[in-house]
Design a protein around this ligand. Sequence first.
Ligand SMILES: [Zn+2]
Length: 213
Amino acid sequence: MDHEHNCWQCGSADAGSLFCRYCNSLQAPIPDYYAFFGLPRTLSVDTDELQNRFYSMSRLLHPDRFTRRSEQERRYSLEASSILNDAYRVLRDPIRRAEYVLKEAGYEIGEQRSKDVPPELLEEVFELNMALDELRMGDDGVLPQLDEMRRRFLEMLAAIDAALETKFQRHDTRPDDGGKAEVLEEIKSALHRRRYIRNLVNEVDRQLSSRNA
Ligand SMILES: [Zn+2]
């Protein structure tokens, strides 16, 4: 991604992304998380490398370094610190990272979609709702069944995570105009299924704990 711009202070072209390479003044921060960190737009990220960049950029952007700088730079340093923290929180987490890439690529991944039951889970969800109904009516006999279902959901989550890792690599090795979109579609539906199953586990936990309360 190209972020060449003229320095707001000295006017030099090709100023560099964080500090101007000629006059060293802090530049307007780039809101894109990958570009901000100077990382390629890949779904697999070396999180050690990301952490190193985070720490060194935190030091460079520390407010103490800007107390004697211009007001413009003090404002940029606050903006940049806030982007830095958001970007780090999102990019170090594979799920949030994938959601970010999807969103920036124009995919709708709204919360309300998690209400639609993925078709392959219809039976599971039906069974779960029956068991939870019985539990609410005081039938403790369904507890082993609920435990078993919870275990199966966690296994599904682990399987989705493993599949996502493979899809990330597939996405990253394809050329921009050569089928990335197709992989992003797959990732989007995997994330949808993942969120749905995560909610089922939460629901089981909630019902079990309210019963114990
Ligand atoms: Zn400059």
